[in-house]
Design a protein around this ligand. Structure first.
Ligand SMILES: [Zn+2]
Length: 152
């Protein structure tokens, strides 16, 4: 099966981000601010997934995701899986944790929020509900759904 072959294509060293919500791979790449001109990056979009229906995958050779990057990915696609690969072996696997507080990554969807007029860093608290996270702006004290938030 083609999708299966794609999803297991091995890299020698690096990071594989699997189970990304479909359509979010490019957003995540943007967020990670990789040096694109030097990095070997494979992106597969809209693969079949038994868990998600469709998913995206990102593979980056010779680069390792750190905890801060992982937290940022969790904001966009909390069900993503991160595999760290060394010499073709998965040396660590991590489920992502949405951070409790998100500083200066999200733009407040409330146009009247002071963070827009003052051009100041934003700060959101994340409240975990069974249907997904809610994002609480510390400045305008409003809550937003994941669908409403935009990244800076
Ligand atoms: Zn706000």
């Amino acid at each position: 099966m083609l999708t299966k072959t794609l999803s297991v294509t091995a890299i020698e060293n690096g990071t594989v981000i699997d189970r990304i919500e479909s359509g979010m791979a490019l957003k995540i790449l943007d967020l990670l601010k990789l040096p694109k001109e030097r990095q070997k990056i494979t992106i597969a979009m809209n693969l079949q997934s038994s868990i998600l229906g469709l998913k995206d995958i990102i593979k980056v050779e010779d680069w390792y995701l750190n905890e801060n990057d992982a937290n940022q990915i969790a904001i966009i696609s909390p069900q993503a899986r991160v595999n760290i690969i060394k010499e073709y072996q998965v040396v660590s696997k991590a489920d992502l944790q949405v951070p409790k507080e998100i500083k200066n990554i999200i733009v407040c969807p409330n146009k009247n929020c002071i963070t827009h007029s003052e051009r100041m860093p934003t700060s959101f608290l994340v409240e975990q509900l069974s249907k997904g996270p809610l994002y609480y702006c510390k400045y305008c004290e409003r809550r937003f759904l994941k669908e409403d938030i935009k990244l800076k």
